[in-house]
Ligand binder design. Structure first.
Ligand code: AHR
Length: 329
C-alpha cells in the first residue's frame, strides 16, 4: 500500500498531539479525493494531531495490514473507511484487545459484535438509492411517460461496499414496485471512470438503444458511461436517447447535471473530517458518542420539473442545479 511520508511514527517531539491512523479505501473517485482532503486538513498538526495516512488502493488486505501497523505504532485512534462491509471481525478484535478505539467512517462494517468499533459516521446509502428512484418515478410522471416501459441498466459500485449495497437495493425496490420498469442488467463499474466506460461499452453492445436509463452508482462511473454513450453515437439527456443518473454531487458531477448530461445527482457528502474530529474530541473528554450517525444529504436535478420527492412517507426537496448552486458548495 502507499502511504504518506508520515508513514512511520517517529519520535519528533510531537508533545501532546493525538495520533490518528487513517486507513483510506483508495483514490478511486473525485468523492474519495475530497474525503481524503477533508481528513488531512482536519487532522493536521496545527489542529493537534499526528495523522498516519494509508491508501489501500481498494484492497481489503492492504487495509487489514494498515490497521495492524497502526496497532503496532500504538496510535491513539484508528479511523477506517472500509472498502467492503464484511471481513473485519479478526482485525477489529485485535484493535480492541490492544485498547485502540476504532471509528468507522463513510461505508459501514458488518461485524458479529458491535463493540468491535466505537462509532460510525457516514451516509444512508439505501436512502440515497430510494431518493434517486423516487426522483426517476416523479420525473417520468411529470414528462407524461409514467406508464411507458422503462429499461434500466445499473452500473454498480464496488461489490460488497455499503454504497453499492444501498444504492442497488434502493433501485431494485423501486423496480419491483413499478411493473413497467425492467432492470436489464447490473454490473460493477468499481466506482471508477475507466471501468464505468468499459462496462457501458459492453452494455451498449448488448442492449443498444433499448436502454432508457443508466443508473450509475457514482459520478466517475457516470463520466465514463457518458463518454461511452456518446462515442457509440447516442445522445444523453432529457431530449436524447437515454438518461444518466448518478450519485455523489461532486463539483464535476454537478457541472454535468447543469449541462443536462447527468439528469439527476443524489448527494453523498464526503466532508467527514470535522465529524470524525468531533467524535474524537468527545471521547477525549471521556464522554459517550452516538454509535451511528447519518449525515444529511440532498438531491439535485438538471431542471425544476420535480421539486419534491417522497420516500417512505418523508418528503425531500430537489434542488435545481445552477452555477450559483455549484459555486456555493
Ligand atoms: O462510499 C462512498 C462512495 O465511494 C462514493 O459514492 C464513491 O464515489 C466512492 O468511491
Amino acid at each position: 500500500s502507499t502511504s504518506s511520508t508520515e508513514d512511520t511514527k517517529t519520535d519528533t517531539g510531537s508533545g501532546d498531539l493525538i495520533t490518528v491512523g487513517f486507513s483510506q479505501v483508495g483514490a478511486e473517485s473525485d468523492w474519495r479525493t475530497a474525503n481524503t482532503e477533508s481528513m488531512k486538513s482536519t487532522f493536521s498538526e496545527e489542529n493537534g494531531y499526528e495523522l498516519i495516512f494509508d491508501d489501500a488502493q481498494q484492497k481489503q488486505e492492504n487495509q487489514i495490514a494498515a490497521i495492524r501497523n497502526f496497532i503496532q505504532q500504538e496510535v491513539d485512534y484508528i479511523v477506517l473507511a472500509p472498502v467492503t462491509e464484511t471481513g473485519w471481525d479478526t482485525v477489529l478484535q485485535e484493535a480492541k484487545d490492544a485498547g485502540v478505539p476504532v471509528i468507522i467512517v463513510d461505508r459501514m462494517v458488518n461485524v458479529s459484535d458491535d463493540s468491535l468499533y466505537t462509532a460510525w459516521v457516514g451516509s444512508n446509502f439505501e436512502l440515497e438509492g430510494k431518493k434517486a428512484a423516487a426522483w426517476l418515478y416523479a420525473y417520468l410522471q411529470a414528462a407524461g411517460k409514467g406508464e411507458e416501459p422503462v429499461n434500466i441498466v445499473d452500473i454498480q459500485g464496488t461489490i460488497g461496499a455499503s454504497a453499492q449495497i444501498g444504492r442497488t437495493a434502493g433501485l431494485e425496490a423501486a423496480v419491483s414496485e413499478h411493473s413497467n420498469w425492467t432492470l436489464l442488467a447490473k454490473v460493477s463499474g468499481e466506482f471508477t471512470q475507466a471501468k464505468g466506460q468499459e462496462v457501458m461499452e459492453s452494455l451498449l453492445k448488448q442492449y443498444g438503444d433499448q436502454i432508457d436509463v443508466v443508473y450509475c452508482e457514482n459520478d466517475n462511473e457516470a463520466f465514463g458511461a457518458i463518454d461511452a454513450i456518446e462515442a457509440a453515437g447516442y445522445k444523453v439527456g432529457a431530449d436524447g436517447d437515454m438518461i444518466v443518473m448518478s450519485f455523489d454531487s461532486t463539483n464535476a458531477g454537478l457541472t454535468e447535471t447543469l449541462n443536462g448530461k447527468i439528469i439527476c445527482n443524489t448527494e453523498c457528502n464526503p466532508l467527514h473530517g470535522p465529524r470524525v474530529q468531533e467524535i474524537i474530541q468527545t471521547l477525549e473528554k471521556g464522554e459517550t458518542v452516538n454509535k451511528q450517525e447519518y449525515v444529511d444529504e440532498g438531491i439535485f436535478s438538471f431542471d425544476g420539473a420535480v421539486s419534491v420527492i417522497s420516500v417512505d412517507g418523508a418528503e425531500y426537496p430537489v434542488t435545481k442545479v445552477t452555477k450559483e448552486v455549484i459555486e456555493s458548495r
